[in-house]
Design a protein around this ligand. Structure first.
Ligand SMILES: [Zn+2]
Length: 261
């Protein structure tokens, strides 16, 4: 038995499937992340792909079949026209969508993730251009926020072990355990915390800022090279520990290289 459902979503990725079909992954309001096919053997594919393969919020008509989900119709609800005219912003938008794709699990519906995607694309659509350094910092902010709404909010104020507020210059970072640990606890239990690495006040400040403040605010902080490098080491240790799939590229590399749909 086949069933037809409407939902709205953002297409996260697409690729060829067998000879004539296209396969899409979308984050939807009703089902979270889903995979579906657009069948190429029929003429509708040519009508569907322009909507499915441009950055847009779309309304989807999905056929829930025995084996696959198939798209039967698509309407564009909201588009982001500025993005297609600026390669650096388009690349940044797509990098964010790719991170949602690999950072979330299938069919776990979460309105906060959906809202974050919309906020990200809206914000980028209002920009003119950003430097690669700023782009990587923005993408970092997107990842911290994504992690926070998917249940991996990092602990940035209290020691993970003793729960006391951390003091300036006297703590370390543990990506796998999810935040900061005070030097006293590291000394008392070296077996548990031996992989905790140094983290300086300036970098922690940047991490807090990029998690808590709006995307617009991320355009403000001065980004010295050294702090930015440590910031990215910190976020990448967190991604490696908590993402269901590890990204092939670092955030910095993905802001320098345009990746197609
Ligand atoms: Zn402690």
């Amino acid at each position: 038995m086949t069933m037809l459902y409407h939902t709205t979503g953002f297409v996260l990725s697409c690729c060829d499937h067998q000879e004539a079909d296209r396969r899409y992954t979308a984050y939807t309001t009703d089902y979270g992340k889903i995979d579906f096919l657009a069948r190429g053997g029929h003429k509708p594919l040519a009508k569907l792909t322009p909507h499915l393969e441009s950055l847009a919020e779309v309304r989807l008509l999905i056929v829930f079949g025995k084996t696959f989900l198939t798209v039967a119709g698509v309407d564009r609800l909201r588009s982001f026209p500025q993005l297609s005219s600026q390669l650096s912003l388009l690349s940044l938008a797509k990098s964010g969508l790719h991170l949602v794709d690999i950072g979330t699990r299938e069919q776990e519906q979460d309105p906060s993730v959906y809202a974050l995607i919309g906020e990200w694309l809206d914000f980028l659509n209002q920009q003119e251009d950003v430097s690669p350094e700023r782009a990587a910092f923005l993408l970092g902010s997107f990842v911290w926020k994504l992690m926070a709404v998917t249940g991996y909010r990092p602990e940035l104020y209290r020691c993970l072990a003793c729960r006391r507020p951390i003091e300036r210059g006297s703590y370390r970072w543990h990506g796998l355990k999810g935040g900061v640990v005070c030097e006293t606890c590291v000394r008392l239990d070296e077996a548990t915390w031996f992989t905790a690495r140094p983290l300086d006040d300036e970098t922690l400040k940047l991490v807090r800022f990029s998690l808590q403040q709006s995307f617009q605010d991320q355009l403000r902080p001065h980004l010295p090279f050294e702090s930015l490098s440590r910031y990215h080491e910190t976020i990448e240790s967190f991604i490696i520990s908590h993402f269901p799939t590890i990204p092939a590229n670092s955030l910095r590399a993905s802001c320098l290289v345009f990746s197609g749909c």
